[in-house]
Ligand binder design. Structure first.
Ligand code: 13P
Length: 254
């Protein structure tokens, strides 16, 4: 397996943090530190911060993502945002199926799949989140669960579109808890995800798929996690809200 086939992607998931003015302040501090990055860098901001982020990232090597979208093109879905609304602004990535959305906003494998298909159709690159709860890990269900989440998310995705998909392995018990998966655990489960994709699309396609780890990744543990053979980047929550920390993670991806 050749890790060189994949360019690491470090994405910040700001979650529901930063007003537009605060977003500008954070980006003004952060972008000079990451613009020369050896990897792809993405900032996924709240919807209302996207114009500020797009303006700040114009002409530099940092892309902008959203944290959710609806699967319908348009219609009577009060409060929702469609994929084409995002692409028209210049947004290039979208996080889909984050565990917080599965837990608090009733996202299911089925809605995740619809959103993945709609994102790709519109030209957005989905960052699809999968991962197990602590109880599922303790019950030995991790491998079966993440494999089935991956299969469900990718149903109907053609082989030629897979290159625009990123999978983020985010164990729920490691999110915002300060409890990181060990590098061995992260690598093992990212490997399970790659095997599930190899099953669906063949080994070559699986070897090209970017798989991120997310869950309490920080400036101190990033280098070891990112050095794992199956870990091709990170989806960063808390540490993406601090310019020096996010920069340290980005530079750990070398
Ligand atoms: P933390 O980095 O804050 O644990 O969050 C991870 C995450 O949920 C990224 O999507």
């Amino acid at each position: 397996m050749n890790k060189q086939l994949r360019c690491p992607v470090i994405a910040g998931n700001w979650k529901m943090n930063k007003t537009p003015a605060q977003a500008k302040e954070l980006l003004d501090a952060m972008l000079p530190l990451v613009a020369d990055a050896p990897c792809k860098v993405v900032v996924c901001t709240p919807f209302v911060d996207l114009p500020v982020a797009l303006a700040a990232c114009a002409g530099i090597n940092v892309e902008v993502g959203a944290q959710n979208m609806h699967f319908a093109e348009s219609g009577a879905f009060t409060g929702e945002i469609s994929a084409s609304m995002l692409t028209e602004m210049g947004v290039s990535y979208v996080i889909i199926g984050h565990s917080e959305r599965r837990q608090y906003f009733a996202e299911t494998d089925e809605t995740v799949n619809k959103k993945v298909l709609a994102a790709l159709q519109a030209g957005l690159k989905p960052i699809v989140c999968v991962g197990e709860s602590l109880q599922q890990r303790e019950n030995g269900e991790t491998d079966a669960l993440v494999s089935s989440q991956v299969r469900a998310a990718l149903a109907g995705v053609s082989a030629d579109r897979l290159q625009d998909v990123i999978i983020a392995y985010e164990p729920i018990w490691a999110i915002g808890t300060g409890k990181t998966a060990t590098s061995a655990q992260a690598n093992e489960t990212c490997g399970v995800i790659r095997a599930a994709v190899a099953d669906l699309y063949g080994q070559d396609a699986a070897d090209r798929l970017v798989i991120q780890y997310g869950g309490s990744m920080n400036a101190g543990n990033a280098a070891e996690l990112l050095a794992q053979p199956h870990v091709d980047g990170g989806l960063i929550g808390g540490a993406s809200l601090k310019a020096p920390d996010f920069s340290a993670i980005v530079h750990a991806a070398e």
